[in-house]
Design a protein around this ligand. Structure first.
Ligand code: F0G
Length: 467
């Protein structure tokens, strides 16, 4: 591909279809000054040399000498063609796997062989965020950024920090809130050398502050308000299709927090359909934790819709106004998705429409059960990821998902991100979990696998082995 062509066929534009202004991909913007909505990266597909079949992207995997072909994001570079090849920043992200899980299929209630887990925890920093951060880092390099920042519930900060330390292209500054942050994630930001600012507030406070600071000091912002982040996250869906030998599943089930992933997935399928690379679009299920359920309430209870871009914003304003006046704050053990005001709400509404999507909320108990099932039958995941399995189970119980449907649950983060929750859960039969987790709502479960305490005595140890 020509090294300059991208500037002619890739633009940034407000997500709202009525907005008229467009910006070059070499500029840094997030929200449109015209209507305040986040920007989308749009392409003039007639001018992009996109392969005529998805299989051609898969064939590149064999080319281990080219880091862009090895990357699970840039192997699909014609589908996110905003950067010249020589500017692309990669650290080997996207070497992830789609695997069937019979244990999870039985838990969810679909036919064995029909439930697949997409293990995004296998990324370099252990979460799906690396898919987006490789794209944001590439854009940061295109615009010559020297400092990059983000606010985070933990994974975005780990991802930004690893891209900064592994490439040396920019310095990372991360803002975390003072609520729950899993130590696995915090330890990564510290170890990779990011300047870590702990704001006395929650994630939503940290995000609005980092947006202000980036504007004020001309620092490159890497949260999912950055439209290039979402371009990278589209690749998760390309790899899901690749894992299914380019067949489209019936359902994609994903946890919803700030709604970057769900927004990116909807855009991926919208574009693949437009390009004629797929003939149908899977349904999307976005799963909130019941303690952080803004999307669920707005969509399923208040009826908020994309509506061709004419979103009823007064509904959202009222919801947030009530949230503040009632002093309601998100609270869930799945700390990654403990978010009040999801910034990608409008983009997610579009994804829900494109994918005939649904939103569900699941309690922490079901999230941790889903997580334990994933661990029992595979590589494991962090708590927030368990929401996708819990959500699939709920949708199956409600008859929305049929037993014969092919379902893909996205496992967004690695099992080792949050060992306190995992150990606490498995010790639930000894009642320690609620002490560790600081709440009393989690019950013992058949999937709990706590350590057996045995006296330092050979006979008693053998008896414990055989019991
Ligand atoms: N799962 C995990 C493990 C996450 O870290 C996040 C978001 C989500 C799900 C939700 O994804 O925001 O695209 O809807 N974590 C962000 C962070 C907020 O700062 O690491 P989303």
């Amino acid at each position: 591909m020509s090294t300059t062509l991208h500037q002619e066929f890739a633009f940034q534009r407000s997500i709202s279809p009525t907005a008229t202004e467009q910006y070059s991909v070499d500029e840094v913007h997030h929200a449109s000054p015209e209507d305040g909505e986040l920007l989308d990266v749009v392409y003039d597909w007639d001018r992009v040399p996109v392969p005529s079949s998805l299989k051609e992207f898969g064939a590149r995997r064999a080319n281990v000498q080219n880091p862009l072909d090895v990357s699970g994001v840039w192997r699909f570079r014609e589908l996110l063609p905003f950067a010249p090849d020589e500017q692309i920043v990669t650290i080997g992200e996207g070497q992830t796997m789609l695997r069937p899980s019979d244990v999870a299929a039985k838990h969810v209630g679909v036919d064995v062989g029909n439930l697949f887990l997409q293990y995004e925890g296998l990324n370099p920093s252990g979460s799906f965020k690396d898919n987006g951060m490789t794209a944001a880092s590439t854009h940061a390099r295109m615009v010559g950024a020297k400092i990059a920042a983000c606010a985070s519930t933990g994974n975005t900060s780990a991802s930004l920090a690893i891209f900064a330390s592994a490439t040396g292209l920019f310095r990372a500054v991360v803002f975390v809130g003072s609520g729950k942050i899993a130590y696995g994630k915090l330890s990564q930001a510290l170890d990779y050398g990011a300047l870590t600012l702990q704001i006395l507030g929650d994630f939503d406070d940290a995000l609005s502050r980092v947006r202000e600071v980036c504007r004020e000091r001309n620092i490159y912002l890497c949260n999912s308000v950055n439209p290039f982040r979402l371009e990278g996250q589209k690749a998760i869906m390309y790899r899901v299709l690749e894992g299914l030998n380019w067949e489209v599943p019936d359902w994609i089930v994903v946890p919803g927090g700030n709604l970057g992933n769900s927004s990116a997935f909807g855009k991926a399928f919208m574009e693949l359909k437009e390009l004629g690379l797929i003939d149908r679009i899977p349904r999307l299920a976005v799963i909130n934790a019941a303690g952080a359920n803004t999307l669920y309430r707005l969509v399923e209870e208040d009826g908020l819709k994309w509506n061709g871009g004419d979103v009823e914003r007064s509904l959202v304003q009222k919801f947030y106004g009530d949230m503040d006046s009632e002093n309601r704050r998100a609270s869930t053990l799945a700390s990654a998705i403990e978010i009040n005001r999801p910034v990608n709400l409008t983009k997610c509404l579009r994804a829900i429409e494109v994918c005939d999507g649904v939103v569900r909320e699941v309690p922490d108990q079901a999230i941790l059960e889903g997580k334990a099932v994933v661990g029992r039958g595979g590589f494991g995941c962090e708590p927030a990821s368990g929401a996708s399995v819990a959500g699939a189970k709920l949708l199956r119980e409600q008859g929305v998902i049929a037993p014969s449907d092919r379902v893909v649950c996205i496992l967004t983060g690695h099992q080792l991100k949050d060992p306190n929750i995992t150990v606490g859960w498995h010790m639930s039969d000894t009642d320690k979990i609620n002490a560790i987790l600081g709440q009393e709502t989690i019950q013992a479960t058949p999937n709990a696998n706590g350590p057996v305490v045995v006296e330092n005595d050979l006979e008693k140890i053998i008896a414990a082995l055989e019991s």
